[in-house]
Structure formats: C-alpha cells, structure tokens
Write a protein that binds this ligand. Structure first.
Ligand SMILES: Nc1ncnc2c1ncn2[C@@H]1O[C@H](COP(=O)(O)OP(=O)(O)OP(=O)(O)O)[C@@H](O)[C@H]1O
Ligand SMILES: [Mg+2]
Length: 259
C-alpha cells in the first residue's frame, strides 16, 4: 500500500448478529427445544462493501442518519470490531481512546484510567506523567474529580477526559465520534481550537458528527453513509449539501449549528 495512505478499507462488511428472543432464559430455551425451534437470530448489516483510501493529512467528516453505521465503522478502524468481510489496513498510530467510554473503567479514577491506558498503549512512565499533566489541565474537571472513580462522573466530565486523552496522545490518526456532544459551551470552544490546531499539523482525522457546519469548517472531505452504504465521498460541502438535500430540510440552522 502506498505510504501516503493512512487508512485503507477494502470491501469491508460488518454484520451484527442479535438474538431476537426477548429474554434468554433457561425456561425459554427448554420450551424452544421442546418445540424443536432454533434460536431466532437477526442479522444487521451495519456496513456493506465499503472500499476507500484515506490519505495522510486529510480531515474526513462522516455524516449519515442515526443507525447509518458511522460508529460501527469507527470501531472497526480503531481495531475494536473485527471485519465480518474485507479488511482495514491502518498506517500509523491510532488514538485508541476514540469515543466516549471506549477504554475507560468506571471503577477506576480518571487518573488511573489515563495512566493505565497510556501504559497499555506502550508509553513509558516519564512521558506519561508529563502527558498526564497536559491531559488533566485540558480536561479541567471540577475540584478533585480526577481522583474519583469515573462512574461518579457526569456525561460531560467523562467526555472532557475522553477528548483530552484522545487529542493529547499525539496520534497519527485521530478518530472522533461525537466526542463533543456532551461538553459545555466553553469546553466545546476549547475543543474546536484544539482540533483546528491538529488539522493544521496535518494529522489524519476522521470525525463523526451531526453538526454539519462544524464539519464544513474543519474537514477537507466527507463521507456520507446511509444504511451501511457509502453514498458519497468527496469535497466536504458538496457531500454535506447532498446529505441535507436527502434529509429534505435544506440548510436549516439546527442542522448546521451544534445541537
Ligand atoms: N452492538 C451492537 N449489536 C447489534 N447491533 C448493533 C450494535 N451496534 C450497532 N448496531 C446496529 O448497527 C447499525 C449501525 O449502528 P451505528 O451505531 O454504527 O450507527 P451510527 O451511524 O453511529 O448512528 P448514530 O448517529 O445514532 O450514532 C444500527 O442498525 C444499529 O442498530
Ligand atoms: Mg454513532
């Protein structure tokens, strides 16, 4: 694969198999066996035959309706969800704590989560301690929360720490899935500044967001997913316009503004 490609996705399909039975209980299983029934399984095709090369230094927005497959794709690029078919090749260090929740343990404090996550990512202790200071300063949690178990965090505090970790790990490839959704106005503003800075540093960034105005501002290109299929990929405003037309809302402020 050429060096300038950061993420190569080849014929990727991802399927979830879910049991349709309301509750998996022994009684249900026995009754079903008595009736010689098989467990009913429904297959959800979250991504269908996706092929794309994302070059290094591009900032790609991912748009699409709820359930279109955006988070599934991101989890797969991050290596959390193995492809059902096809493959993904990633060239560079991916920020693994990409979206809210992935990688955090609620019983541990924010501090311990950051340190353990960093050690697991292969950073050495000295580097990590310096980074921890940056991460804690950027997240700027209210008094003492950094040393409390993360299950006691509000959604916004959780999001602040997750975002701060992701952007401060200096990844080659940064995956952001709605990470800004829970931050308050001040934190959002700070986050955009940080993202602009990362964009200027020519890192590869993939951002999932419903805030199309922000994507138009930050991204160089965009991808539109619909029911697991890529309907468009190209210059950001063209794609977000197409998506808006599809939604049939025109450029109403609520779709361009952040929530
Ligand atoms: N863990 C899972 N088990 C089974 N089905 C899942 C799972 N996660 C997602 N799905 C299904 O896969 C499809 C794609 O979901 P996904 O979360 O990727 O959508 P999304 O584009 O991120 O949506 P949203 O905008 O709501 O975040 C949906 O039909 C969803 O119901
Ligand atoms: Mg999602």
């Amino acid at each position: 694969m050429p060096n300038e490609v950061a993420i190569r996705i080849e014929d990727l399909s991802l399927r979830y198999r879910v049991s349709v039975e309301s509750r998996v209980t022994l009684k249900n299983a026995v009754m079903r066996a008595g009736r010689r029934e098989k467990r009913r399984v429904r297959t959800i095709e979250a991504i269908k035959n996706l092929t794309i090369d994302i070059p290094h230094g591009s900032v790609v927005g991912v748009v699409g309706a709820n359930g279109a497959g955006k988070s599934t794709l991101m989890r797969s690029i991050a290596g959390i969800l193995p492809p059902t078919e096809g493959r993904i090749i990633v060239n560079g260090k991916v920020s693994t704590l990409l979206s809210l929740g992935v990688g955090f343990n609620g019983t541990l404090s924010g501090r311990d989560n950051v340190i353990l996550g960093g050690l697991a990512a292969g950073l050495d202790r000295e580097v990590l301690e310096a980074k921890f200071e940056d991460i804690a300063a950027f997240a700027d949690l209210p008094d003492g929360f950094i040393d409390l178990p993360m299950r006691t965090y509000s959604a916004g505090m959780y999001g602040r720490l997750a975002f701060s970790v992701a952007v401060n790990m200096t990844p080659d490839i940064l995956l952001i899935d709605e990470a800004l959704a829970t931050g308050d106005a001040a934190f959002k503003e700070k986050s955009f500044d940080k993202m602009r800075q990362l964009c200027e540093e020519a890192r590869t960034i993939v951002i999932v967001s419903h805030a199309l105005g922000i994507l138009n501002e930050l991204c160089t290109s965009a991808m539109w997913l619909n029911k697991g299929q890529m309907l468009a990929y190209g210059e950001v405003e063209k794609v977000t316009d197409q998506y808006l037309d599809f939604l049939n809302v025109g450029k109403v402020p609520s779709a361009l503004e952040d929530f």
